[in-house]
Design a protein around this ligand. Sequence first.
Ligand SMILES: [Zn+2]
Length: 425
Amino acid sequence: MIKVGDKIPLELGGFAEIRAVLGSGGQGTVYRAVYRDKEYALKMYFKNKLKRPEMFRDNLTALTDGGDISPSFVMPLILTENTRDGFGFLMELIPEGYAPFSDILNARVKFSGLYSIVNAAIRITMAFRELHNSGRSYQDLNDGGFFIRPTDGDIRICDCDNIAPYGEHLGIAGKPGYMAPEIVRGEKAPDKLTDRYSLAVLLFRLLLRGDPLEGSRVLKSVCLTEEAERRHYGFEPMFVYDPDDASNRPVRGVHNNIIKFWRIMPEYIREAFTHSFTVGLHQPEKRLIEKQWLDLLIRLRGDICACTCGAQSFAPSYERDEENKLICFCGTHFAPPLELSDGRNRVLLSEGTKLFSDDLSVTAEVVRNKVNPGLWGLKNLTGEVWSCTLPNGQEKEIAGGSAAPIFKDTVIEMGGVRYSIKESE
Ligand SMILES: [Zn+2]
């Protein structure tokens, strides 16, 4: 038994001294430990829990010198020696302010707003794309493996010890709800295509706060035995909103989140999930690729829209009145906001709208004019100067910290891209 104060010898020499227990999972225990005056997390596997410990250790060694990968992944850094208590590895601690995804799913932790949720979805998708570009798959997805900072949607992905090259199965029994049906049925080892299924599940759980296959049918199984689980997630999977089969619909009082959030999702997001959990259940090669999800999620972020009451929603989901004004649930009717478009993507410009760079730092924000609160501006939050052409042809330079006026037919050039402000539909 490992206890506080124990010193675990490391493969590269030196010791990690145990300070506290952080948590225990199916494979092992994670401790807070100190190595060379710095605190780390130390994961020690339960002895006898790994089916093939040598193969596992070899994979860990490959991961520790696996080269650069997104900082979203909390990768193994240094292996311990094989000790009487088994072996493990050091990794970075999860920084303060990050909550386990499970705490978000059970509403113990709340996001600061829609931007944080959609940006978390974008970051997760980007991380998967990077992993797949390096020829590896994640294998063991579950709610406990993800940490999200609710203030801005930054993420940390743990359990990275299970990342392995395609086709190699580390013998990890993933969580049925996240595993592709063909893995649940025991037909395949994890790869890019099975990870893509898991990504769709993760995005569904993040955006709709429920399980895409858990509806009335699953509730009828009085207790979810392993056999019932294999049926619902492997042999007879059925999407809760399958357009051709209503036998597994969400149940009011049990799946309220899904019912509520499905209604506010724009049609293009509903279609993507419907495809993922109908066609994609049975034809792995037809699952959405990461780039498709990224395009959809960036579009979703551009559709975030705020009412004067402060409530945010996605513009396509508002009801409209006979003058085509958007109706907020607070009762306010407001004109559709103007949009900023580069001809490909659009971003609606309403109070608090934010623009982001590819690496998700904020580059601009919609603000009210301090002198004349009836006027709106797009504040430049970068160090670069924008050039702006007003509707009357007048040209203006917009330095960092100042704002371009938001008028129809204004053209703004930022970072070499030309955007125009237009009426939205
Ligand atoms: Zn409102």
